[in-house]
Write a protein that binds this ligand. Structure first.
Ligand SMILES: *Cc1c(COP(=O)(O)O)cnc(C)c1O
Length: 366
């Protein structure tokens, strides 16, 4: 009875989606969600709290967020010819982009990739094509070009660096894709703070190129702020369907406060990058583990056959939460993803992983 009631109300595309699950956990060593593990010096926290007094929370926020956009433009060296749109996280920007497409439009992205592209596209009733990456996690350019020819996607998403593989795609392959399609190409640079590469300076070269970034991985996942930059005409259309007050006063205020202090996150990011190499080295030394290079703040690694879920659960039982991506199959079979945390958290992760692997060896084969 209640089932058919629900079915009469919602689209089949919504009914057939699964709820996106994230773990909101404080009692774990949390290495699952690419968060910056560091907090702020006490003096900065106090300064921030004091400054919030000037926020007029009885009023609506500036719907154009002019001051914030100007600071973001400067901090990210967005060319003056490109316009900027803000989202409540870049997840919301993905939703805005996809909501603006014609019914049944095609959306293309390589796999494995960021799950939100597919999740939102399918929930909106769009068609979604995913093209497997090569074993090296590099783009399969020929297959991408063929799919572009066949399906003429309205939007192509390329995460650069890619999540969950951590690599930067070949620049020329990306350029060929931008040139080959009549649709939009979204370069998702969520991990820009940790990568020495970007397409931002190329924005003026292509009318169909957009670059999206977020403050989440930098150290502000809680305030929910992402942005996308590109062609004025494209951004203007997207702006029509952006909810007018999608960026709260507290978010605008906090982002401005932080971006005016470039030294707030810089040392933290530098430390995370140093520790990324340490964790990679230590993972590579573990028998039965293959760890992949990363230009982001996480590392993907492969376990022995059919061990990933067991290792994930054993880490969890020891209070360490990482991400079990093995269930997605394909290139992610037997793979787990770990976010770089504080030095002591990384150490505990490596030690626990080593102990778990040693334990498994002593157990009879199942
Ligand atoms: C984390 C992530 C995002 C989402 O970031 P929010 O701004 O927090 O919504 C977008 N793209 C990729 C590739 C990510 O990994």
């Amino acid at each position: 009875m209640s089932k058919s009631f629900i079915q009469t109300i919602f689209r089949t595309e919504v009914l057939s989606r699964l709820t996106y699950k994230s773990t909101y956990a404080h009692n774990f060593i949390k290495l699952d969600a690419m968060e910056n593990p560091y907090t702020w010096p006490k003096s900065i926290k106090t300064e921030w709290l004091n400054s919030i007094k000037n926020c007029h929370i009885n009023r609506y926020p500036d719907s154009e967020a002019k001051q914030l956009i100007a600071i973001l433009r400067k901090a990210n060296q967005i060319p003056i010819s490109s316009k900027i749109l803000l989202g409540n996280g870049s997840d919301e920007i993905i939703q805005i982009l996809l909501m603006a497409l014609p019914n049944k439009a095609n959306v293309l992205s390589p796999s494995p990739g960021f799950v939100m592209y597919q999740h939102i596209a399918l929930s909106l009733g769009l068609n979604y094509q995913s093209i497997p990456l090569q074993n090296s996690f590099e783009l399969d350019l020929q297959a991408m070009l063929e799919s572009i020819k066949q399906h003429q996607p309205a939007i192509i998403f390329l995460a650069y660096p890619n999540n969950p593989t951590g690599n930067l795609f070949n620049t020329q392959a990306v350029e060929q894709i931008i040139n080959a399609t009549t649709g939009l190409v979204i370069i998702d640079e969520a991990y820009a703070p940790f990568a020495q590469a970007s397409f931002i300076s190329r924005l003026p070269d292509y009318r169909n190129l957009l670059v999206m970034r977020t403050l989440s991985k930098l150290g502000l996942a809680g305030i929910r702020l992402g942005f996308i930059a590109g062609n004025n005409e494209v951004i203007s259309q997207l702006n029509k369907i952006r909810l007018p007050y999608n960026i709260s006063s507290l978010t605008q205020h906090t982002a401005i406060f932080c971006l005016e202090k470039p030294d707030l996150f810089k040392p933290q990011i530098r430390q995370i990058c140093i520790d990324r190499f340490k964790v990679l080295e230590q993972l590579q030394k573990l028998k039965g583990i293959t760890a992949f290079n990363s230009a982001a703040n996480f590392i993907l690694f492969k376990t022995n056959k059919n061990q990933a879920t067991e290792i994930f659960e054993a880490l969890k039982a020891r209070g360490i939460l990482i991400k079990n991506v093995s269930t997605a199959g394909g290139l992610l079979t037997d793979c787990l993803r770990v976010t770089i945390g504080k030095a002591e958290e990384n150490k505990l992760f490596i030690e626990s992983l080593a102990a778990i692997i040693a334990d498994q060896k002593n157990k009879p084969l199942k």
